[in-house]
Design a protein around this ligand. Structure first.
Ligand SMILES: Cc1cc2nc3c(=O)[nH]c(=O)nc-3n(C[C@H](O)[C@H](O)[C@H](O)COP(=O)(O)O)c2cc1C
Length: 244
């Protein structure tokens, strides 16, 4: 079984390819954790050189017999020691861990924006090779790590990440531009953790945000912003295509 979490679609895209290559089934991490599968895969995005709160919760609740356990982490650039953060939540070592470069969706800090069309194209081309390689490793039950940790990985994961989680993984800065919002409800539909309610035709966030930015990226009129930081940033929504 492959369990996945995905905000904007990249990790679901990779999880589907991997499931096809391995003949495995897919299950969202929002359902109860597994018990006794022989091989378990976890596919999810890297957030702040660590793991999303949803994945951490899922990993903490996992009750597994001895199984071959691997993780595939999608990231826009580099993943620091996200594999170690996952292992801490799991309470065990991973047998194999991989990172896959996918289009960057982080836009909430200065200097961060979505990738250009060319960059996206290159990453999608590379993804195909990466998934083939990962599938081959998993079929052979290899003990392996193929990870792009990037520069200063320890500082990013163990110094910056706690601050990132504390101050930036929150829904309290989301604002809706009433002149642009058409009350289509797409933000609510796209939120993978059911954190948005539409009240009087306006989205309201319910304070259990995963930080995935699906609401921001899915809005067809760029009516949702994270403070003022994202007003001039791009949008990216692969999830919409995956559901069509
Ligand atoms: C809150 C947040 C934090 C992120 N942090 C990182 C990071 O530390 N390193 C990185 O390379 N990409 C980072 N990204 C980019 C995502 O990992 C990447 O775009 C991923 O493929 C998105 O997956 P998804 O479409 O399945 O949600 C971040 C994205 C978000 C929304």
């Amino acid at each position: 079984m492959i369990y996945y979490f995905s905000g904007t679609g990249n990790s679901l895209y990779v999880a589907r390819h991997l499931a096809d290559a391995l003949g495995e089934r897919l299950c969202p991490m929002t359902l109860p954790a597994p018990t006794n599968d022989e091989v378990i895969g976890l596919v999810f995005p890297v957030y702040g050189w660590g793991i999303p709160n949803v994945v951490e919760q899922f990993a903490r609740n996992m009750r597994f017999e001895s199984c071959y356990l691997y993780a595939v982490m999608t990231c826009g650039d580099d993943m620091g020691y996200a594999d170690e953060v996952l292992e801490k939540a799991l309470g065990r070592k991973l047998d194999a861990a991989f990172s896959v470069l996918m289009p960057d969706v982080y836009v909430c800090l200065p200097g961060f924006d979505v990738d250009s069309k060319e960059e996206c194209k290159e990453k999608f081309a590379q993804e195909e090779f990466s998934v083939k390689e990962i599938a081959a490793c998993i079929k052979e039950r290899k003990q392996v790590r193929k990870l792009k940790r990037g520069p200063f990985p320890w500082t990013k994961t163990y110094v910056i990440r706690p601050l990132f989680n504390r101050y930036l993984v929150t829904d309290k800065y989301f604002r809706v531009d009433a002149s642009k919002c058409i009350s289509c409800g797409r933000c609510q539909k796209m939120c993978p953790v059911g954190n948005i309610l539409i009240v009087d035709e306006v989205p309201q966030w319910q304070k259990h945000c995963s930080g995935c930015l699906a609401c921001y990226h899915a809005c067809p009129h760029h009516a949702i912003n994270f403070g003022k930081m994202t007003q001039k940033k791009g949008q990216y929504n692969l999830m919409k295509q995956l559901h069509e």
